[in-house]
Design a binder for this molecule. Structure first.
Ligand SMILES: NC(=O)c1ccc[n+]([C@@H]2O[C@H](COP(=O)([O-])OP(=O)(O)OC[C@H]3O[C@@H](n4cnc5c(N)ncnc54)[C@H](OP(=O)(O)O)[C@@H]3O)[C@@H](O)[C@H]2O)c1
Length: 275
């Protein structure tokens, strides 16, 4: 079973979940079922991924196999395009609930889209949803330190989670330190660098030394940094492998060698650049 991380609202989430970006409609139900059967209890979804109905169908079936809804943490995110406004956020939240046929546990703003000047007002709407008891935890995704500082200064409510791109090329040490001071969980997206880092010679050597796969080495690195992560795989054996990370630990030297891989390279958009 994955370890859990406490959130600043008193709840907790599994440190390791799995993500569903670019999982096709045809595959989603099978992948979610495989993930739950492997032992995952956090599913990272989003309105933008377009597969929330299929996630809901898999969760309903899981209940029939004895995996209770209250064991699960379901996350979703407000996309904010074509309109990033408080009303659009509420409408999207309600659509997600309808598609999942169940409640959302963690709701996030997917991108700050700073040029639109709306993210603080959208955050106020997420605060309202939480105060109404409609969602347990609220967070953000792709927010920089400056964006989060504005939320805190203007609303007084600190996000529970910031889901950001992070992997050995982009460890986000400064942002992680800011999160840590403010009690925010860092949840890494594209934690395997969309599989591009798996061929890195240093990662491969560390993996060989521990008789694990490169993916397991990177997942262990994330957990030893103290963060959460949501690797994606459509293959049941990889989903299971990515969860099998308890029988070994990376040494300080391994962590230092991985730290030296930082290049700042992103696989996705910079938070300030998405309009
Ligand atoms: N908030 C955001 O803006 C945002 C943006 C991007 C992603 N996300 C979330 O983060 C999740 C993960 O990110 P991601 O999908 O971009 O990238 P990722 O998890 O870093 O990498 C996924 C890739 O790694 C491969 N893979 C997974 N496990 C493997 C293993 N054990 N051995 C070899 N290959 C393996 C997968 O292939 P197979 O599927 O073929 O196994 C896939 O090609 C997404 O699904 C989504 O939920 C959020």
């Amino acid at each position: 079973m994955p370890s859990t991380l406490e959130l600043n609202d008193g709840s907790a989430i599994p440190a390791l979940g799995f993500g569903l970006y670019k999982v096709s409609l045809e595959e989603t139900e099978r992948v979610v079922t495989a993930g739950l059967d492997a032992g995952y209890r956090l599913i990272d979804g989003a309105e933008f991924y377009g597969n929330e109905r299929e996630v809901g169908a898999a969760i309903a079936q899981a209940a029939d196999r004895g995996i209770a809804r209250d064991e699960l943490t379901l996350t979703s995110k407000f996309w904010g395009d074509p309109e990033q406004s408080p009303a659009a956020a509420r409408t999207a939240f309600e659509a997600t609930e309808r598609n999942l046929c169940t409640n959302v546990d963690v709701y996030m703003i997917h991108w700050p889209r700073p040029a639109r000047g709306q993210f603080v007002d959208v955050w106020r709407e997420l605060i309202a949803l939480q105060r109404e008891g409609r969602v347990r935890s609220i967070g953000v995704s792709n927010f920089t330190q400056a964006h989060i500082q504005r939320l805190i200064d203007e609303t007084g409510v600190v996000p529970a989670i910031n889901q950001v791109e992070s992997h050995p090329w982009l460890p986000q040490h400064e942002l992680r330190a800011f999160h840590s001071v403010n009690g925010i969980v860092t949840q890494a997206w594209s934690p395997l660098g969309r599989a591009r880092i798996l061929d890195d010679p240093t990662i491969k050597k560390i993996a060989e030394a521990h008789k694990i796969s490169p993916a397991q080495a990177i997942i262990r690195w994330h957990l030893q940094l103290g963060g959460a992560l949501i690797p994606k795989s459509t293959h049941p054996h990889r989903l299971a492998q990515n969860l099998d990370i308890d029988g070994f630990a990376l040494s300080d030297d391994d962590m230092a060698r991985i730290a030296a891989l930082e290049t700042g390279e992103r696989t996705g958009t910079h938070p300030d650049d998405r309009q």
